[in-house]
Design a protein around this ligand. Structure first.
Ligand code: FMN
Length: 387
């Protein structure tokens, strides 16, 4: 078996083993993909301060996110259609997260349902909610998340209207796959993926089919999915959702200090500084560049998490040192899942954990909580002087 030493190794195997339309679905940003690229390249602009002759023994990456113990402050982000990247993908990723001691977030647009993931895991996971026009669906989804004993609700705010990803349109992306000469040719070389898919019954959106009136098969679902996100979502409705849920609430997709203030005002427990991995507003700032102004605005009043662009433990360390208390990985765990199923997600977490731990030591720190700006060299014009 190939030796995995970095996330890039998993990505190479993932690309070989997964049908092109799902690889492209994951590995793309909206329009020109500028924000998608800068999410990662902006991490490179920040340098680490090497410190020496510091006792590096007894290191720990253990921390807390929204009051819950985590082995390292790196959660698995909600990723729609994860069960198409690998058969039973959400269950496998949740098991890997559970084994590692980090949170798993199940997307509304998952293949394995809330109930299915709950039945196949032993620890509470987080549920990510998309607000649909059908408000009864939203209410029921919240109740189902409570029944499944989810320990946090992650409400995503940045995808009420879909950013265009060219590749998905050109590939004719569907869940499940619709067979065409093109896809048949592609699948011929992805036999492992196909065999596993044939063995599972989970092949459509498990949180939706059967849970919305009139949605009983997938052909009507594809039309429904494109038209059902609610563009009327506003802060009043966020408040209502908070009341309905009644538990820890994380607001995801905050990229602006004014919105961070709004999130604070509605009483969220945490925010995720995120641009949806560059999949929505192309031309928006990378998450790591947006973080300082948000920290200035609300950093001492609410827990601030960050995602978008994290591909290594060094990236995690930079986000933490800039003030975030939690991070999420999306694509980095999907690469592992598509490459090797549950074991691949565990490998992704192991790689990132090791990088975080060793980099922390080389920076002269022994605990993630002690990381701060003193560990970084940030260019004076990093944030930019914007009019
Ligand atoms: C293929 C794919 C599907 C996604 N689906 C969802 C989703 O269903 N809900 C959601 O809130 N975010 C979704 N996201 C965004 C992720 O939660 C996260 O914000 C993003 O992946 C972070 O960037 P990274 O992939 O560079 O780590 C998705 C991201 C990807 C790559």
């Amino acid at each position: 078996m190939a030796k995995i030493t970095e996330i890039e190794d998993l990505k190479r195997i993932y690309k070989r083993r997964t049908p092109k339309m799902f690889y492209d679905y994951c590995e793309s940003g909206s329009w020109t993909e500028q924000t998608f690229r800068e999410n990662s390249s902006d991490f490179d602009l920040i340098k680490l301060r090497q410190r020496v002759a510091v006792d590096m023994t007894g290191r720990s990456t253990a921390s807390q996110m929204i009051g819950q113990d985590v082995a390292m402050p790196v959660a698995l982000a909600p990723v729609g259609s994860t069960g198409m990247q690998h058969a039973d993908g959400e269950i496998l990723a949740a098991k890997a997260a559970e084994k590692f001691g980090v949170p798993f977030t199940l997307s509304t647009m998952s293949v394995c349902s809330l109930e299915d993931v709950a039945e196949n895991t032993t620890k509470p996971f987080w549920f990510q909610l998309y607000v649909m026009k059908d408000r009864e669906f939203t209410k029921r989804a919240i109740q189902r998340a409570k029944d499944a004993k989810c320990s946090a609700l992650v409400l995503t705010l940045d995808l009420q209207i879909l950013g265009q990803r060219h590749k998905d349109i050109k590939n004719g992306l569907t869940v499940p796959i619709k067979l065409s000469p093109h896809t048949i040719l592609d699948l011929a070389t992805k036999w492992r993926w196909g065999l596993q898919m044939m063995k599972t019954k989970r092949r459509s959106f498990g949180n939706i089919v059967g849970h919305i009136d009139g949605i009983t098969d997938m052909s009507s679902l594809s039309v429904w999915a494109a038209e059902s996100f609610d563009p009327k979502l506003d802060w009043d409705y966020v408040k209502e959702i908070k009341e309905l849920w009644g538990g820890p609430l994380i607001l995801k997709g905050i990229l602006d200090a004014d919105d961070a203030e709004m999130a604070l005002n509605v009483g969220a427990d945490a925010i995720v500084v995120s641009n949806h991995g560059g999949r929505q507003l192309d031309g928006a700032m990378s998450s790591i560049k947006a973080l300082p102004s948000i920290m200035d605005a609300v950093g001492d009043k609410i827990e601030v998490h960050l995602d978008s662009g994290i591909r290594s433990g060094q990236d995690v360390l930079k986000a933490l040192a800039m003030g975030a208390t939690g991070t999420y990985i999306g694509r980095a765990f999907i690469y592992g899942l598509g490459a090797m199923g549950q074991h691949g997600v565990e490998e992704a977490l192991r790689v990132i954990h090791k990088e975080l731990d060793v980099t922390m030591a080389l920076c002269g720190e022994t605990k993630v909580q002690d990381l701060g700006k003193h560990n970084l060299l940030v260019p004076r014009d990093f944030y930019g002087d914007w009019a």
